[in-house]
Design a protein around this ligand. Sequence first.
Ligand code: PLP
Length: 382
Amino acid sequence: MKPFDVYPLFDIELVKAQNCWIWDKEGKKYLDFYGGHAVISIGHSHPHYVKKIEEQLEQIAFYSNSVKIRQQEELSQKLGELSGYNDYDLFLCNSGAEANENALKLSSFHNGKKKIIAFEKSFHGRTSLAVAATNDTSIQAAVNSSHDIIFVPLNDEVVLAKAMTKDVCAVIIEGIQGVAGIQTPTNEFLQSIRKKCDETGALLILDEVQSGYGRTGKFFAHQFANIRPDIITTAKGMGNGFPVAGVLIAPHIKAKHGMLGTTFGGGYLACAAAIAVLDVIEDEKLTENAAGMGNYLIEKIKKMDGVKEVRGKGLMIGVEMHFNASGLRNDLVFKHQIFTGSASNKNTVRLLPPLTITKAEADHFLQGFALALQSHLQSVSK
Ligand code: PLP
């Protein structure tokens, strides 16, 4: 047997990682400005994270959701405090797609409706309903086509108003669109969705899978708009690499035994990892660091020749070029030893480093990026 060949791979084998740095088997050291796809929040192999998981592993690693798991209560309490959603409930699962699938299903349980509004260029994951709400037909199979989904252009209040009929079950929107290449809903647009949902009885789901956990300089990106969604989904940075995801549920949505469930979700190890992440985000003031370092990077990159636009907030940054950026990303990895992310917009490079980056690491990135950009511009002008 061999791995199913669905990923285009860099021919690099990683063997070690420490905070913002990763090493390959030849001993080459890379700066991680991709965070394994926005997953590494508190830095690779943070000592507190390693200790918490190891200690838990020695006690009890797993039991099913048929017993009381004290660590789920500790995690809920801590997440409520740090995110400002103390009065919400938490359902734990294993991935971003699963969190969104459950959020959509829960909305439908709540109001009995079926129609979902999502946005152009959205990405919500690959399970059946989550992928149907993802605006990319290339990753949808025939079996995903039976859902009732309407795609509205981001930040278009007129189209939104027309789409918001009384039969809408839920509106699902990313705090900041990630896969699309970092596209931000305006505060006014988010406020207007909130208002329309209140008027029609639809639920508002904020997908904070990529934009959550301090990355944008607030705990959740939608908090810039001062709105409170009915449901918030999280994953990626929540476990710093340990698979754990969450659905934060407003108090007016009532639980019923059996309505949601999972075997692995909320296991002891996942909780230990997620609690350790919140400890470090709080102790090391990583949300504040993300805001400061993000502003610094954005201002510097804006001044570089060859850059068309810089978008985003905190350490969720999209840099759009006037050209296809795949060659530039290859040069960054192979010539400058810096990992960055791609986007569905091929001209955009995504920067999603750990929230722990220092000014020295930001400068290291800026230097490599400027050199790679210069050599690209020189080669096209020849
Ligand atoms: N939602 C958003 C905004 C994402 O960026 C992703 C993954 O990139 C997902 C959902 C799906 O998460 P997962 O791959 O953990 O299922």
